[in-house]
Design a protein around this ligand. Sequence first.
Ligand code: THU
Length: 128
Amino acid sequence: MDPLAAAAIEARQRARAPFSGFQVGAALEDEEGRIFTGCNVESASYGLTVCAERNAVFRAVAEGARRFRRIAVAADTDVLTPPCGACRQVLWEICGDIEILLVNLKGASESMRLSSLFPRPFDANFLD
Ligand code: THU
């Protein structure tokens, strides 16, 4: 198995999802091959919940990573789970047009570019 997919599946086991029961793991690979993982962490407020993908991105930035290649997203769904809209925005701004590798626990996988999921982004270019 792709080590990035394996890291996302392992990270999923650390999800804190007592309200939805929906556990997600993410693993982000930087240009040097370092891997930063994240899981979803839910709040009783619901709105303060943070997805696995954003936790992986924020952790990577906090560890000093700046340029990225791929992110793997793991969930236990037959239809592979893609990043939510908020995560697409953050991934675009921090990581650019990276490869997204979606995986489930049965070994299914699919990869795509972020630009195919998020075709007309708002970003810092509009603020110039
Ligand atoms: N979630 C993620 O962590 N990533 C996704 O790609 C989809 C949704 C989380 C947020 C929440 O904790 C739970 O899954 C249900 O929406």
